[in-house]
Design a protein around this ligand. Structure first.
Ligand code: CA
Length: 231
């Protein structure tokens, strides 16, 4: 895997870089938030390890900006023990997991494995579930009866659902990820966009269903999940 490491403590950064290289990962290390954001936005990384306390731009701001720009690369946040509030904000802002310093190297590697295999199957630039696929480049959604191009917000919704299939995603997560943490977007905007996506899924003959879970959020269900598991 190609990993971006954004950590300003040189000693820790160097140790992590050696560890990750020993485990056959390719590493790019940068030492402040703005460099981190610029590198991350190239989209070439399989995972990003992001410290919270960083010079120039802190990790939470970097993460928020990445998610706002639609980057879905898995992010593992590094936090100090005293930064519990940041940790919560980080997860709400779209971090996939966090690790509290000091941590053990085995745990870091395990968390990296977990965040990069989470969700649906990645086949090149496609996300797949059931009989349906989503092209991450063209934003085309394909099913048995054809394909349809998703608008930007519809794409982000479908991308989040596919990347976390069979998990309930709270409405707040959608709002924060799509409109941004400070957004005043109403939750009913999410409902409207979800209804657009549902119509498109039906139109292409998809067997996926976006289930609304009362007072909790949305969950993607694929009837063929069970069949695949049996095979
Ligand atoms: Ca730091």
């Amino acid at each position: 895997m190609k990993i971006l490491l954004v950590e300003d403590e040189r000693q820790l950064s160097d140790i992590l870089a050696v560890l990750l290289k020993q485990n056959l990962h390719e590493i790019d290390a940068v030492y402040n938030g703005t460099d981190g954001e610029d590198c991350a936005m190239t989209g070439v990384y399989d995972a990003i390890i992001l410290d919270i306390m960083l010079p120039k731009k802190n990790g939470i701001e970097v993460l928020r900006s990445l998610r706002r720009q639609g980057l879905s690369t898995p992010v593992l946040l590094l936090t100090a023990k005293s930064e519990i509030e940041d940790k919560i904000r980080g997860l709400d802002t779209g971090a996939d997991d966090y690790l509290t310093k000091p941590f053990n190297s085995g745990e870091l590697l395990a968390r990296l494995r977990a965040i990069t295999r989470r969700g649906s199957e990645f086949v090149g630039d496609e996300l797949r579930a059931g009989n349906t696929s989503l092209d991450k480049n063209t934003h085309e959604l394909r099913g048995e009866k054809g394909s349809v191009k998703l608008a930007a917000k519809e794409y982000q919704i479908m991308d989040m659902l596919l990347a976390n299939s069979r998990q309930i995603i709270p409405k707040e997560r959608f709002v924060e990820k799509i409109w941004g943490f400070d957004s005043e977007a109403e939750y009913n905007s999410i409902e409207v966009y979800v209804s657009f996506v549902r119509k498109k899924l039906a139109a292409i003959g998809s067997d996926l269903q976006i289930k609304a879970v009362r007072n909790a959020g949305y969950c993607l269900e694929a009837p063929s999940d069970a069949q695949t598991a049996q095979n």
